[in-house]
Write a protein that binds this ligand. Sequence first.
Ligand SMILES: [Zn+2]
Length: 476
Amino acid sequence: MRFAAFAALGVLAACQTIPAFAEPPADREAQVLATARALADAGKTDEVGLQFVEDLTTEIGPRLAGSPDEQRARDWAVARLKAMGFANVHVEDFTVPYWKRTHETARVVGASAQPLIITALGGSAPTPEGGLEAGIVRFDVMADLIAADDADVAGKIVFIDEMMTRTQTGDGYGLAVAKRAACPKIAAAKGAVACLIRSVGTDHFRRPHTGGIDRRGPDGIAKPIGPIPAAALSAPDADQLTRLLARGPVSVNLDIGVETADAAPSGNVIAEVEGGARKDEIVLIGCHLDSWDLGTGAIDDGAGCGIIVGAAKLIDELPGKPERTIRVVLYGSEEIGLFGGDAYARQHSEDLGSHVLAAESDHGASYVWQFQTKFGDGALDYAKKMQDVLARYGVAAGDNLSGGGPDVGVLARSGVPVVTPAQNGWDYFDYHHTPDDTFDKIVPDEFRQNVSVYAAFAYIAADSGWDFRKAADPAE
Ligand SMILES: [Zn+2]
Protein backbone atom coordinates (compact mmCIF):
# COMPACT_ATOMS: atom_id res chain seq x y z
CA MET A 1 0.00 0.00 0.00
CA ARG A 2 2.64 2.45 1.01
CA PHE A 3 4.72 1.75 -2.09
CA ALA A 4 1.74 2.24 -4.35
CA ALA A 5 1.17 5.59 -2.69
CA PHE A 6 4.71 6.58 -3.44
CA ALA A 7 4.85 5.58 -7.06
CA ALA A 8 3.09 8.84 -7.90
CA LEU A 9 5.45 11.03 -5.96
CA GLY A 10 8.64 9.34 -7.07
CA VAL A 11 8.96 11.72 -10.00
CA LEU A 12 8.71 14.70 -7.69
CA ALA A 13 11.20 13.40 -5.18
CA ALA A 14 13.81 11.97 -7.54
CA CYS A 15 15.49 15.34 -7.87
CA GLN A 16 18.03 14.94 -5.04
CA THR A 17 21.36 15.71 -6.68
CA ILE A 18 21.01 19.47 -7.02
CA PRO A 19 23.95 21.27 -5.36
CA ALA A 20 23.34 23.29 -2.22
CA PHE A 21 21.95 26.69 -3.15
CA ALA A 22 21.37 29.33 -0.50
CA GLU A 23 18.06 30.02 -2.24
CA PRO A 24 16.78 27.08 -4.25
CA PRO A 25 15.38 27.97 -7.67
CA ALA A 26 11.63 28.36 -7.79
CA ASP A 27 10.99 25.13 -9.66
CA ARG A 28 13.08 23.18 -7.15
CA GLU A 29 11.15 24.80 -4.31
CA ALA A 30 7.86 23.89 -5.96
CA GLN A 31 9.03 20.28 -6.19
CA VAL A 32 9.96 20.19 -2.51
CA LEU A 33 6.60 21.61 -1.46
CA ALA A 34 4.72 19.20 -3.76
CA THR A 35 6.62 16.25 -2.30
CA ALA A 36 5.78 17.50 1.20
CA ARG A 37 2.09 17.49 0.29
CA ALA A 38 2.38 13.98 -1.12
CA LEU A 39 4.04 12.83 2.12
CA ALA A 40 1.30 14.44 4.19
CA ASP A 41 -1.34 12.73 2.05
CA ALA A 42 0.41 9.40 2.63
CA GLY A 43 0.35 10.10 6.39
CA LYS A 44 -3.44 9.99 6.30
CA THR A 45 -3.28 6.20 5.95
CA ASP A 46 -0.30 5.66 8.28
CA GLU A 47 -0.14 2.26 9.93
CA VAL A 48 3.58 2.27 10.76
CA GLY A 49 3.49 4.99 13.42
CA LEU A 50 0.32 3.71 15.03
CA GLN A 51 1.69 0.16 15.12
CA PHE A 52 4.84 1.49 16.81
CA VAL A 53 2.76 2.94 19.69
CA GLU A 54 0.58 -0.13 19.96
CA ASP A 55 3.57 -2.47 20.13
CA LEU A 56 5.56 -0.27 22.53
CA THR A 57 2.68 0.17 24.97
CA THR A 58 1.56 -3.45 24.72
CA GLU A 59 4.86 -5.34 24.66
CA ILE A 60 6.76 -3.06 27.07
CA GLY A 61 4.02 -1.21 28.98
CA PRO A 62 5.05 1.45 31.53
CA ARG A 63 8.59 2.79 31.22
CA LEU A 64 9.58 4.54 34.44
CA ALA A 65 12.76 6.61 34.03
CA GLY A 66 15.89 4.75 35.06
CA SER A 67 14.02 1.46 35.60
CA PRO A 68 14.63 -1.96 34.02
CA ASP A 69 11.41 -1.23 32.08
CA GLU A 70 12.96 1.84 30.45
CA GLN A 71 15.99 -0.33 29.62
CA ARG A 72 13.69 -2.90 27.95
CA ALA A 73 12.04 -0.08 26.00
CA ARG A 74 15.41 1.14 24.73
CA ASP A 75 16.40 -2.37 23.64
CA TRP A 76 13.01 -2.82 21.99
CA ALA A 77 13.23 0.53 20.19
CA VAL A 78 16.75 -0.14 18.91
CA ALA A 79 15.70 -3.52 17.50
CA ARG A 80 12.53 -2.09 15.95
CA LEU A 81 14.21 0.95 14.39
CA LYS A 82 16.98 -1.24 12.93
CA ALA A 83 14.41 -3.65 11.53
CA MET A 84 12.61 -0.69 9.95
CA GLY A 85 15.79 0.14 8.02
CA PHE A 86 16.79 3.40 9.70
CA ALA A 87 20.48 4.39 9.65
CA ASN A 88 22.84 4.95 12.61
CA VAL A 89 20.54 3.41 15.21
CA HIS A 90 22.21 3.66 18.62
CA VAL A 91 21.78 4.64 22.28
CA GLU A 92 23.51 7.59 23.93
CA ASP A 93 23.81 6.70 27.63
CA PHE A 94 23.53 8.81 30.75
CA THR A 95 22.46 8.19 34.34
CA VAL A 96 19.57 9.54 36.39
CA PRO A 97 18.55 9.55 40.05
CA TYR A 98 16.07 6.70 40.45
CA TRP A 99 12.81 6.69 42.38
CA LYS A 100 10.10 4.03 42.49
CA ARG A 101 6.94 3.78 44.62
CA THR A 102 6.43 0.60 46.66
CA HIS A 103 3.24 1.48 48.54
CA GLU A 104 1.00 4.50 49.08
CA THR A 105 -2.09 4.93 51.24
CA ALA A 106 -3.80 7.78 53.05
CA ARG A 107 -6.66 7.74 55.50
CA VAL A 108 -8.51 10.25 57.57
CA VAL A 109 -8.27 9.29 61.25
CA GLY A 110 -10.71 10.06 64.08
CA ALA A 111 -14.48 10.39 64.04
CA SER A 112 -14.75 10.52 60.21
CA ALA A 113 -12.12 7.83 59.60
CA GLN A 114 -12.03 6.84 55.90
CA PRO A 115 -9.59 6.20 53.09
CA LEU A 116 -8.38 8.91 50.69
CA ILE A 117 -7.28 7.91 47.20
CA ILE A 118 -3.77 9.19 46.55
CA THR A 119 -0.71 8.54 44.46
CA ALA A 120 2.81 9.45 45.53
CA LEU A 121 4.52 12.11 43.46
CA GLY A 122 7.77 11.14 41.76
CA GLY A 123 10.58 12.00 44.15
CA SER A 124 8.41 11.82 47.27
CA ALA A 125 10.35 11.02 50.42
CA PRO A 126 9.11 7.90 52.23
CA THR A 127 7.13 8.17 55.45
CA PRO A 128 8.21 6.29 58.56
CA GLU A 129 7.10 2.65 58.68
CA GLY A 130 3.33 2.58 59.32
CA GLY A 131 2.91 6.13 58.08
CA LEU A 132 2.98 9.57 59.63
CA GLU A 133 -0.05 11.20 61.20
CA ALA A 134 -0.61 14.95 61.36
CA GLY A 135 -3.25 17.64 61.10
CA ILE A 136 -4.09 19.13 57.69
CA VAL A 137 -3.59 22.80 56.84
CA ARG A 138 -5.35 23.72 53.59
CA PHE A 139 -4.49 26.42 51.05
CA ASP A 140 -6.64 27.49 48.08
CA VAL A 141 -3.56 28.13 45.94
CA MET A 142 0.20 27.79 46.25
CA ALA A 143 0.63 31.55 46.61
CA ASP A 144 -1.26 31.28 49.94
CA LEU A 145 1.21 28.65 51.19
CA ILE A 146 4.11 30.90 50.21
CA ALA A 147 2.52 33.77 52.17
CA ALA A 148 1.66 31.64 55.23
CA ASP A 149 3.32 32.04 58.64
CA ASP A 150 5.66 29.19 59.49
CA ALA A 151 3.80 28.73 62.79
CA ASP A 152 0.60 27.81 60.93
CA VAL A 153 2.39 25.17 58.85
CA ALA A 154 5.00 23.62 61.15
CA GLY A 155 4.25 20.00 62.07
CA LYS A 156 1.28 19.82 59.65
CA ILE A 157 0.47 18.12 56.37
CA VAL A 158 0.07 20.91 53.80
CA PHE A 159 -2.88 20.48 51.40
CA ILE A 160 -2.95 22.70 48.29
CA ASP A 161 -6.37 22.52 46.65
CA GLU A 162 -5.51 24.57 43.53
CA MET A 163 -7.53 23.47 40.49
CA MET A 164 -6.54 23.29 36.83
CA THR A 165 -8.41 24.96 33.96
CA ARG A 166 -9.27 22.97 30.84
CA THR A 167 -7.94 24.64 27.67
CA GLN A 168 -7.19 23.62 24.10
CA THR A 169 -3.59 24.77 24.42
CA GLY A 170 -2.90 23.02 27.72
CA ASP A 171 -1.89 26.38 29.21
CA GLY A 172 -3.79 25.53 32.41
CA TYR A 173 -1.07 22.96 33.13
CA GLY A 174 1.75 25.47 33.38
CA LEU A 175 -0.12 27.33 36.10
CA ALA A 176 -1.41 24.31 38.02
CA VAL A 177 1.74 22.21 37.88
CA ALA A 178 3.79 24.73 39.86
CA LYS A 179 2.27 23.42 43.10
CA ARG A 180 3.30 19.85 42.27
CA ALA A 181 6.92 20.79 41.64
CA ALA A 182 7.34 23.28 44.47
CA CYS A 183 5.10 22.19 47.38
CA PRO A 184 7.61 19.89 49.09
CA LYS A 185 10.41 22.46 49.20
CA ILE A 186 8.24 25.39 50.25
CA ALA A 187 6.29 23.38 52.82
CA ALA A 188 9.42 21.72 54.25
CA ALA A 189 11.10 25.11 54.66
CA LYS A 190 8.14 26.15 56.84
CA GLY A 191 8.38 22.98 58.94
CA ALA A 192 5.58 20.90 57.33
CA VAL A 193 5.86 17.11 57.52
CA ALA A 194 4.25 16.27 54.15
CA CYS A 195 2.47 17.70 51.08
CA LEU A 196 -0.86 16.72 49.58
CA ILE A 197 -2.02 18.42 46.38
CA ARG A 198 -5.20 18.29 44.31
CA SER A 199 -4.19 16.29 41.23
CA VAL A 200 -2.87 18.31 38.33
CA GLY A 201 -5.59 17.22 35.91
CA THR A 202 -8.90 18.26 34.38
CA ASP A 203 -11.00 15.13 35.03
CA HIS A 204 -13.19 14.37 38.02
CA PHE A 205 -12.61 10.64 38.25
CA ARG A 206 -11.45 9.04 41.45
CA ARG A 207 -7.92 8.37 40.35
CA PRO A 208 -5.04 10.71 41.06
CA HIS A 209 -2.40 12.05 38.66
CA THR A 210 1.25 11.45 39.48
CA GLY A 211 4.16 13.55 38.21
CA GLY A 212 7.51 14.76 39.42
CA ILE A 213 8.47 17.18 42.16
CA ASP A 214 11.50 19.44 42.14
CA ARG A 215 14.10 17.24 43.79
CA ARG A 216 17.17 19.37 43.28
CA GLY A 217 19.24 19.85 46.41
CA PRO A 218 20.80 23.17 47.51
CA ASP A 219 23.66 22.40 45.08
CA GLY A 220 21.20 22.41 42.16
CA ILE A 221 21.76 18.70 41.50
CA ALA A 222 18.73 16.38 41.36
CA LYS A 223 18.53 13.76 44.11
CA PRO A 224 16.37 10.59 44.16
CA ILE A 225 14.00 12.14 46.71
CA GLY A 226 12.86 15.59 47.81
CA PRO A 227 12.68 16.89 51.38
CA ILE A 228 9.32 15.45 52.59
CA PRO A 229 6.65 12.93 51.49
CA ALA A 230 4.36 14.28 48.74
CA ALA A 231 1.25 12.85 47.09
CA ALA A 232 -1.65 13.86 44.84
CA LEU A 233 -5.30 13.37 45.84
CA SER A 234 -7.87 12.53 43.19
CA ALA A 235 -10.19 15.49 42.51
CA PRO A 236 -13.15 13.91 44.40
CA ASP A 237 -10.86 13.16 47.36
CA ALA A 238 -9.60 16.76 47.38
CA ASP A 239 -13.28 17.86 47.48
CA GLN A 240 -13.99 15.38 50.28
CA LEU A 241 -11.06 16.61 52.34
CA THR A 242 -12.20 20.21 51.87
CA ARG A 243 -15.72 19.31 53.05
CA LEU A 244 -14.31 17.54 56.10
CA LEU A 245 -12.16 20.57 56.94
CA ALA A 246 -15.26 22.78 56.77
CA ARG A 247 -16.62 20.67 59.62
CA GLY A 248 -13.54 20.92 61.83
CA PRO A 249 -9.89 19.91 62.18
CA VAL A 250 -8.83 16.82 60.22
CA SER A 251 -5.87 14.51 60.80
CA VAL A 252 -4.56 12.15 58.14
CA ASN A 253 -2.27 9.14 58.21
CA LEU A 254 -0.04 9.09 55.15
CA ASP A 255 1.99 5.97 54.37
CA ILE A 256 4.40 6.03 51.42
CA GLY A 257 7.22 3.61 50.65
CA VAL A 258 9.86 4.11 47.97
CA GLU A 259 12.96 2.50 46.47
CA THR A 260 15.76 4.76 45.29
CA ALA A 261 19.22 4.75 43.74
CA ASP A 262 21.60 7.65 43.26
CA ALA A 263 22.42 6.70 39.66
CA ALA A 264 20.46 4.41 37.34
CA PRO A 265 21.00 3.85 33.60
CA SER A 266 18.96 5.81 31.07
CA GLY A 267 19.62 6.82 27.48
CA ASN A 268 18.46 8.52 24.30
CA VAL A 269 17.63 6.22 21.38
CA ILE A 270 18.64 7.71 18.04
CA ALA A 271 17.89 6.71 14.45
CA GLU A 272 18.38 8.56 11.20
CA VAL A 273 17.23 9.01 7.67
CA GLU A 274 20.69 9.82 6.40
CA GLY A 275 20.83 12.81 4.13
CA GLY A 276 22.65 13.38 0.87
CA ALA A 277 24.64 16.47 -0.10
CA ARG A 278 24.19 18.09 3.31
CA LYS A 279 24.07 15.02 5.51
CA ASP A 280 25.96 16.69 8.37
CA GLU A 281 23.08 19.14 8.77
CA ILE A 282 20.45 17.80 11.16
CA VAL A 283 16.67 18.13 11.27
CA LEU A 284 15.79 16.71 14.69
CA ILE A 285 12.34 15.34 15.52
CA GLY A 286 11.90 14.02 19.04
CA CYS A 287 9.62 12.41 21.61
CA HIS A 288 10.29 10.85 25.00
CA LEU A 289 10.45 7.11 25.48
CA ASP A 290 10.06 7.02 29.27
CA SER A 291 6.67 7.29 30.96
CA TRP A 292 5.15 7.35 34.40
CA ASP A 293 4.46 3.98 35.96
CA LEU A 294 0.67 4.09 36.41
CA GLY A 295 -0.53 3.81 32.79
CA THR A 296 1.24 2.44 29.73
CA GLY A 297 2.53 5.81 28.52
CA ALA A 298 0.38 5.83 25.36
CA ILE A 299 -0.53 9.50 25.06
CA ASP A 300 2.51 10.52 27.16
CA ASP A 301 4.49 9.90 25.15
CA GLY A 302 4.25 6.69 23.14
CA ALA A 303 2.10 8.63 20.67
CA GLY A 304 4.82 11.22 20.15
CA CYS A 305 7.32 8.45 19.37
CA GLY A 306 4.90 6.79 16.95
CA ILE A 307 4.26 10.12 15.22
CA ILE A 308 7.92 10.95 14.60
CA VAL A 309 8.88 7.38 13.67
CA GLY A 310 5.91 7.14 11.29
CA ALA A 311 6.80 10.47 9.69
CA ALA A 312 10.50 9.61 9.35
CA LYS A 313 9.63 6.25 7.80
CA LEU A 314 7.50 7.95 5.14
CA ILE A 315 10.44 10.16 4.22
CA ASP A 316 12.81 7.19 4.31
CA GLU A 317 10.69 5.46 1.69
CA LEU A 318 11.10 8.29 -0.83
CA PRO A 319 13.03 7.18 -3.91
CA GLY A 320 15.79 9.68 -3.10
CA LYS A 321 17.06 10.88 0.28
CA PRO A 322 16.58 14.50 1.33
CA GLU A 323 19.78 16.56 1.34
CA ARG A 324 19.90 16.93 5.12
CA THR A 325 19.75 14.15 7.71
CA ILE A 326 16.53 13.62 9.64
CA ARG A 327 17.44 12.51 13.15
CA VAL A 328 14.78 10.78 15.24
CA VAL A 329 15.49 11.09 18.98
CA LEU A 330 13.54 9.05 21.53
CA TYR A 331 14.61 10.87 24.68
CA GLY A 332 15.03 8.99 27.97
CA SER A 333 13.92 10.21 31.39
CA GLU A 334 11.94 13.31 30.39
CA GLU A 335 9.37 12.88 33.12
CA ILE A 336 11.70 13.17 36.07
CA GLY A 337 13.41 16.36 34.96
CA LEU A 338 14.31 16.60 31.24
CA PHE A 339 17.44 14.49 31.72
CA GLY A 340 17.40 13.19 28.13
CA GLY A 341 17.22 16.65 26.60
CA ASP A 342 20.01 17.93 28.81
CA ALA A 343 22.20 14.90 28.04
CA TYR A 344 21.67 15.34 24.29
CA ALA A 345 22.59 19.03 24.43
CA ARG A 346 25.70 18.20 26.47
CA GLN A 347 26.79 15.30 24.28
CA HIS A 348 26.23 17.31 21.06
CA SER A 349 27.42 20.70 22.30
CA GLU A 350 30.08 20.83 19.57
CA ASP A 351 27.66 20.36 16.69
CA LEU A 352 24.53 22.26 17.75
CA GLY A 353 25.36 24.76 15.02
CA SER A 354 24.65 22.07 12.43
CA HIS A 355 21.15 21.44 13.83
CA VAL A 356 19.01 23.36 11.37
CA LEU A 357 15.63 22.65 12.99
CA ALA A 358 14.20 20.76 15.99
CA ALA A 359 10.73 19.77 17.19
CA GLU A 360 9.25 17.42 19.79
CA SER A 361 5.86 15.72 19.91
CA ASP A 362 4.80 15.47 23.57
CA HIS A 363 1.22 16.58 24.01
CA GLY A 364 -0.81 13.46 23.29
CA ALA A 365 -2.26 12.13 20.09
CA SER A 366 -4.98 14.62 19.16
CA TYR A 367 -4.78 16.68 15.98
CA VAL A 368 -2.37 19.54 15.32
CA TRP A 369 -4.36 22.79 15.15
CA GLN A 370 -1.57 25.38 14.94
CA PHE A 371 2.02 25.53 13.70
CA GLN A 372 4.33 27.85 15.64
CA THR A 373 7.94 28.60 14.76
CA LYS A 374 10.99 30.23 16.27
CA PHE A 375 13.04 31.27 13.25
CA GLY A 376 15.38 34.16 12.52
CA ASP A 377 13.60 37.29 11.38
CA GLY A 378 14.90 36.73 7.85
CA ALA A 379 13.37 33.24 7.71
CA LEU A 380 9.73 34.10 8.39
CA ASP A 381 8.90 33.57 4.75
CA TYR A 382 9.94 29.92 5.20
CA ALA A 383 7.56 29.62 8.16
CA LYS A 384 4.78 30.93 5.93
CA LYS A 385 5.58 28.43 3.17
CA MET A 386 5.46 25.55 5.67
CA GLN A 387 2.21 26.87 7.13
CA ASP A 388 0.69 27.15 3.65
CA VAL A 389 1.36 23.43 3.08
CA LEU A 390 -0.03 22.49 6.50
CA ALA A 391 -3.19 24.58 6.03
CA ARG A 392 -4.46 21.81 3.73
CA TYR A 393 -4.50 19.52 6.77
CA GLY A 394 -6.44 21.86 9.04
CA VAL A 395 -3.47 23.53 10.71
CA ALA A 396 -3.62 27.27 11.41
CA ALA A 397 -0.58 29.52 11.22
CA GLY A 398 0.93 30.35 14.62
CA ASP A 399 3.33 33.01 15.88
CA ASN A 400 7.14 33.01 15.90
CA LEU A 401 7.39 32.47 19.66
CA SER A 402 7.79 28.66 19.83
CA GLY A 403 9.96 27.43 22.68
CA GLY A 404 10.24 23.92 21.23
CA GLY A 405 9.09 20.91 23.26
CA PRO A 406 10.32 19.88 26.72
CA ASP A 407 13.49 18.08 25.62
CA VAL A 408 14.30 20.37 22.68
CA GLY A 409 13.74 23.54 24.72
CA VAL A 410 17.42 23.41 25.67
CA LEU A 411 18.31 23.43 21.95
CA ALA A 412 16.01 26.40 21.33
CA ARG A 413 17.74 28.29 24.14
CA SER A 414 21.05 27.54 22.40
CA GLY A 415 19.80 29.16 19.21
CA VAL A 416 18.59 26.11 17.28
CA PRO A 417 15.47 27.06 15.26
CA VAL A 418 12.42 25.14 16.52
CA VAL A 419 8.79 24.57 15.58
CA THR A 420 5.80 23.54 17.68
CA PRO A 421 3.05 21.65 15.88
CA ALA A 422 0.53 22.49 18.64
CA GLN A 423 -1.86 19.63 19.39
CA ASN A 424 -5.39 19.94 20.68
CA GLY A 425 -5.01 19.42 24.42
CA TRP A 426 -8.67 19.67 25.44
CA ASP A 427 -8.88 16.23 27.10
CA TYR A 428 -5.15 15.42 27.38
CA PHE A 429 -5.06 16.25 31.09
CA ASP A 430 -8.01 13.97 31.84
CA TYR A 431 -5.65 11.01 31.36
CA HIS A 432 -2.14 12.45 31.74
CA HIS A 433 0.01 10.61 34.36
CA THR A 434 -2.88 8.32 35.40
CA PRO A 435 -3.62 4.60 34.99
CA ASP A 436 -5.88 5.66 32.09
CA ASP A 437 -3.00 6.75 29.86
CA THR A 438 -3.52 3.72 27.61
CA PHE A 439 -3.55 2.92 23.90
CA ASP A 440 -7.35 3.05 23.52
CA LYS A 441 -7.25 6.84 24.15
CA ILE A 442 -5.54 7.38 20.78
CA VAL A 443 -7.95 8.29 17.98
CA PRO A 444 -6.28 6.83 14.88
CA ASP A 445 -7.23 9.52 12.37
CA GLU A 446 -6.21 12.33 14.72
CA PHE A 447 -2.90 10.55 15.32
CA ARG A 448 -2.38 10.17 11.57
CA GLN A 449 -2.86 13.89 10.98
CA ASN A 450 0.18 14.38 13.22
CA VAL A 451 2.18 11.95 11.07
CA SER A 452 1.18 14.03 8.03
CA VAL A 453 2.28 17.27 9.67
CA TYR A 454 5.64 15.94 10.88
CA ALA A 455 6.42 14.28 7.56
CA ALA A 456 5.65 17.49 5.68
CA PHE A 457 7.61 20.02 7.71
CA ALA A 458 10.54 17.69 8.44
CA TYR A 459 10.90 16.91 4.76
CA ILE A 460 10.73 20.59 3.78
CA ALA A 461 13.38 21.43 6.38
CA ALA A 462 15.59 18.59 5.18
CA ASP A 463 15.34 19.14 1.43
CA SER A 464 14.76 22.86 0.91
CA GLY A 465 18.22 24.11 1.84
CA TRP A 466 16.55 26.92 3.80
CA ASP A 467 18.46 28.60 6.65
CA PHE A 468 15.99 29.00 9.50
CA ARG A 469 18.48 31.08 11.52
CA LYS A 470 18.61 33.71 8.78
CA ALA A 471 18.63 37.22 10.22
CA ALA A 472 16.57 40.02 8.69
CA ASP A 473 18.25 41.76 5.78
CA PRO A 474 19.37 45.15 7.19
CA ALA A 475 18.67 46.75 3.79
CA GLU A 476 14.98 45.84 4.01
ZN1 LIG B 1 5.45 13.78 28.12
